[in-house]
Ligand binder design. Structure first.
Ligand code: 5GP
Length: 113
């Protein structure tokens, strides 16, 4: 069974969040430690630990997350932004519930650190 994470507790409403979008499949809220003027996390309500744990049955869910993240970015007034999925500790993943970062509102360097 997937372990409880801070994000599953946010989904259950046990921990508050600054919500920007909510539907039957996903929830989006502002990151508590923003790395840019706009920094939003989009998480599936289904508890998938990492992108590598998603399977063919999650194809529609993954497409939904991407399309919703684009819609949210536009609603936030962004025309340029970055969508990031950190997968695994060495890639910077700290919360093991799949999430997309939407980061924008400033010039973003490449390559990332
Ligand atoms: P990761 O490093 O796993 O890709 O991203 C996890 C993100 O979750 C981090 O950017 C971190 O700031 C954010 N985060 C961790 N705990 C909380 C929380 O309780 N509330 C919110 N809104 N964001 C959180």
């Amino acid at each position: 069974m997937t372990e409880e994470t801070i994000f599953s507790r946010i989904i259950k409403g046990e921990i508050p969040c600054d919500e920007v979008y909510n539907d039957s499949v996903c929830l989006a809220f502002r990151d508590i430690q923003p790395q840019a003027p706009i920094h939003i996390l989009v998480i599936p309500k289904k508890p998938i630990e990492s992108l590598k744990d998603a399977g063919p049955e999650d194809k529609e869910l993954l497409g939904h997350l991407l399309l919703i993240s684009s819609k949210i970015a536009s609603q936030q007034g962004l025309t340029n932004w970055r969508t990031i999925i950190n997968t695994g500790e060495e890639a910077g993943q700290t919360v093991f519930h799949l999430h997309l970062h939407i980061i924008g509102g400033r010039k973003l360097d490449w390559p990332p650190g």
